[in-house]
Design a binder for this molecule. Structure first.
Ligand SMILES: N[C@@H](CCC(=O)N[C@@H](CS)C(=O)NCC(=O)O)C(=O)O
Length: 234
């Protein structure tokens, strides 16, 4: 229901290199909600007092601060945005079964596809092929949710597109820096075509992190992980 909450100040505490921050920004942009982006550069500056104040539990970004109400966990935040600005662009399907399905696949992608794909990025060369095959297997199951559709949400971007929208950006980066082909016309044709469609959306084009910066940051990070200088967090 439209209410006072819609008029309150909206801030997103995020990080330029975070796929999870993008989910929150995409949801707000689809709704046409104005917000301030606070770049929480904890990689160089440590965590700010404000982040620790608003999110003492996980201490992670992204965080949505709406008025004085603070929320963590990107997909929880996306659902909150959909409910508060309910008159705007619909993110979750209206039908309860379709809504549950969108949540199910988002959970599947997060719990299964994220770690298997991240393993390609953190694997030494001799393990990359096996890691790629495992990720492809997981992603081919996710393709079920795309069958007969333009977007996971149907004709338009929906909750699941937002949940996995970082795949095209980050997977293309992993492919280049690791030297592997993960999603292509042969291995995952539906996902490959969706990558192109999703990346062509104005919403996405206007929010992608700068390519060179993202690639060089992750190239250096992968080298540090492989050489054991830093621990690969999941
Ligand atoms: N499941 C969380 C993941 C958030 C997350 O992992 N954020 C990372 C940055 S991409 C973070 O804040 N890391 C800091 C830390 O782990 O202390 C979400 O979807 O919001």
């Amino acid at each position: 229901m439209a209410g006072e909450g819609e008029k309150e100040r909206v801030r997103v505490f995020g990080l330029w290199a975070s796929p999870f921050s993008l989910r929150v920004e995409w949801a707000l942009k689809l709704k046409g909600v104005e917000y301030e982006f606070v770049n929480e550069d904890f990689l160089t500056n440590g965590k700010s007092a404000e982040l620790l104040h608003y999110n003492p539990v996980t201490k992670k970004i992204p965080m949505l601060v709406h008025g004085e109400k603070a929320l963590a966990e990107s997909l929880v935040i996306v659902e909150y945005i959909d409910e508060v600005w309910s008159d705007g662009y619909p993110i979750l399907p209206k039908d309860p079964y379709e809504r549950a399905q969108a949540r199910f696949w988002a959970r599947y992608a997060e719990d299964q596809c994220l770690p298997t794909t991240y393993a390609i990025y953190t694997s030494p060369e001799e393990e990359v092929e096996a890691a790629t095959k495992a990720a492809q297997q997981c992603l081919s199951t996710l393709e079920e949710a795309l069958k007969g559709k333009k977007f996971f949400g149907g004709e338009k971007i929906g909750f699941l597109d937002i949940a996995v929208g970082w795949f095209p950006i980050w997977f293309r980066m992993i492919e280049e820096i690791v030297g592997v082909s993960l999603v292509n016309k042969e291995s995952l044709p539906l996902l490959d075509a969706w990558f192109d469609r999703f990346l062509a959306e104005e919403l996405v084009k206007g929010t992608c992190p700068p390519k060179e910066k993202l690639y060089s940051f992750n190239r250096a990070r992968r080298e540090q992980i492989i050489s054991g200088k830093i621990h690969a967090k999941k």
